[in-house]
Write a protein that binds this ligand. Structure first.
Ligand code: F6R
Length: 605
């Protein structure tokens, strides 16, 4: 999604802002721009496409100035064009904005009636026209910004820059994150701390509803009721926040390779080796719960889908699962003994956050499994379980998925023990199995060369089908999602038993069918479904362990995974799902880290 940067500096800010915007590229965007104030005058440059285009524009038309704001835009209202790119400017004010202004149509009509000339199709331009209108009425910049903010409905983060004001940025957070960076006689603004990681490690996170006045001397923060308020300054781990590929060709490759280390480190946090049990935050009460409601989007939702099997099997806890964008629009029945669990890598996904707000006060406890501990979802939950995966930059989620699975498995085991559903022995055995996951994930990663070869024919396919049963069904869904999003090949996933109820009509000699089937209790059944595909000349790739491959007989393509306990199979089989998508995308030459149309953190509904 869109990214915001602001700098009140001691030097020329355009290159600094451009550099910070590069660190936000991972969020996904299709145009970018910068505005500065130089010798009192407001000016801007904007370009469609990647930042290199903005950088070229700046070479030919430099943008001097020591104060400025910048933006990467992911189109919502109006397509990617120079006119729609931010910063927007009207008269003496420029604005960059993330999120959506819900009442923009009414505001636009009102302003147009008063003579405002709109030059874009965006909702953002109403903000800047409104602020300009207030300035024209004689308001000072701070007053005009405040008056403008009061008229806006929706979820957003934004920043104003004013003509004639070289030491002033006004910013606001309502629904979309925003943080302030503290420098030496310089101040910064970013939609996430990663943007500012090369500039400072001293960060103040704005709270929901806050707005702030930045000058080179510091920041004054006001809450939603306009009371001046103090927000703490925290030191971020600059090494953690730093964004580099560490010698890998893509962030996705780096993040896949990091998985054994990430899983091991997170396991240490929740259950050190000499510990024997699972340490979870205080206040979790699974014994009293009568139902678990899990809500998430995309890959995080598939992690929940796997976990549903675990909570049912290990804890005997009824689970309800939904996609966040559907959940709150279907009158879900909530009860005071329900626990609600929200899973999100970014912790900022608008639909998941809205679903969390929808249940608050109507359930016993709100839990969040997140990667970004400072995120909105983390802040608004009663109990937070960080997955400790470190920044995930590749748009396709990889290490966050396996780390989410690990934390969800820990939760399910703990719930099983707390509810008396798992004996102490079984609890400890399963925990030891989970402890072995990082080693098996490393072994799965070692199959990369083989996977690369297997994907040569996949790269030529028009459609690909993924099949699995039990916990391998959500894995099939995840495999299809990964392939779609980075290789642009149409892929679908089915529970293998469902095939004959319709999708089998698709099978012919040109359709690659990828089957996830470790040798578990459902293996025979999955293999029967696979035979039905092969009888119709479907090009099967069977991913299984040594025993499974030996029993399956002749299969066109096969990939051997290590033999692993059932509990950790979804974590280990996530690796081939990721590597298949990655290498297919490489063969096709697509942009792996920033696939078209996608945003890393989806902060609009
Ligand atoms: C897929 C992917 C998305 C996200 C989804 C939820 O690779 O990354 O499907 O999983 O947008 O995002 P978070 O987890 O940040 O809520």
């Amino acid at each position: 999604m869109c990214g915001i940067v602001g700098v009140l500096g001691q030097h020329e800010v355009s290159p600094i802002i451009l550099d910070a915007l590069k660190r936000l590229e991972y969020r996904g965007y299709d145009s970018a721009g910068i505005a500065t104030v130089n010798q009192g005058k407001l000016d801007r440059r904007r370009a469609v496409g990647k930042l290199i285009n903005l950088s070229d524009t700046l070479v030919h038309q430099p943008l001097p100035g020591r104060s400025g704001i910048g933006h990467t835009r992911w189109a919502t209202h109006g397509g990617p064009s120079v006119d729609n790119a931010h910063p927007h400017q009207a008269g003496r004010v420029a604005v960059v904005h993330n999120g959506i202004i819900e009442n923009f149509r009414a505001l636009r009509e009102e302003l147009a009636e008063q003579g405002a000339q709109f030059t874009s199709q965006t909702d953002t331009e109403t903000i800047v026209q409104l602020a300009s209108h207030y300035l024209d009425q004689g308001m000072a910049p701070v007053q005009a910004a405040r008056a403008t903010l009061k008229r806006l409905d929706g979820a957003f983060a934004l920043a104003f820059l004013f003509e004639g004001e070289e030491d002033l940025i006004i910013c606001a957070r309502r629904g979309s994150p925003l943080c302030i960076g503290h420098g030496e006689d310089e101040m910064y603004l970013g939609s996430d701390a990663i943007a500012l990681s090369e500039l400072t490690d001293r960060i103040t996170y704005l709270e929901e509803g806050d707005w702030a006045i930045l000058t080179r001397n510091g920041v004054h923060v006001f809450d939603a009721d306009d009371h001046q308020t103090a927000r703490p300054m925290t030191r971020i781990n600059a090494a953690q926040a730093r964004v580099d590929k560490s010698g890998h060709r893509h962030f996705m490759a780096k993040e896949m390779a990091e998985q054994p280390g990430v899983l091991k480190a997170a396991m240490e946090v929740y259950s050190g080796v000499d510990h024997g049990g699972i340490d979870l935050p205080e206040g979790l009460d699974f014994a009293a719960a009568d139902r678990l409601i899990m809500v998430a989007c995309g890959t995080a939702h598939y992690a929940c889908q796997v976990a549903k099997y675990w909570f049912e099997q290990f804890a005997g806890l009824p689970v309800e699962l939904d996609i966040a964008s559907e959940f709150r629009y279907r009158a879900p029945v909530l009860g005071q003994k329900n626990m609600a669990l929200f899973v999100s890598q970014s912790g900022e996904t608008a639909d998941t956050l809205a679903a969390l707000r929808h249940v608050r006060g109507h359930v016993a406890q709100v839990l969040a499994v997140v990667n970004v501990p400072t995120s909105s979802i983390a802040r608004e939950a009663d109990v937070v379980l960080p997955i400790h995966a470190g920044p995930e930059i590749g748009v396709a989620s990889t290490k966050a998925f396996t780390a989410q699975l690990q934390v969800l498995a820990l939760l399910a085991l703990k719930a099983g023990f707390a509810r008396g559903h798992l004996s102490e022995d079984a609890y400890r055995t399963r925990l030891e199995e989970l402890r072995a996951a990082p080693g098996f994930v490393a072994q799965a990663l070692d199959r990369e060369d083989e996977i690369r070869r297997l994907t040569e024919h996949l790269a030529r396919a028009r459609d690909v089908l993924f099949l699995g049963r039990g916990v391998m069904y959500p894995l099939a869904l995840e495999g299809a999602l990964k392939l779609k999003e980075i290789s642009y090949i149409h892929a679908e996933a089915y529970a293998a038993g469902e095939l004959k109820h319709g999708p089998i009509a698709l099978i012919d000699k040109d359709l690659p069918v990828i089957v996830f089937a470790p040798h578990d209790a459902l293996f025979e059944k999955t293999v029967s479904n696979m035979q039905e595909v092969m009888a119709r000349q479907g090009q099967v790739l069977l991913i299984s362990d040594a025993k499974g491959l030996a029993e399956a007989g002749e299969v066109p393509f096969r990939l051997q995974m290590p033999t692993v306990p059932d509990l950790i199979a979804p974590i280990v089989y996530a690796v081939p799902a990721q590597l298949i998508a990655y290498h297919t995308a490489l063969h096709r030459g697509t942009d792996v880290d920033q696939p078209r149309n996608l945003a890393k953190s989806v902060t609009v509904e």
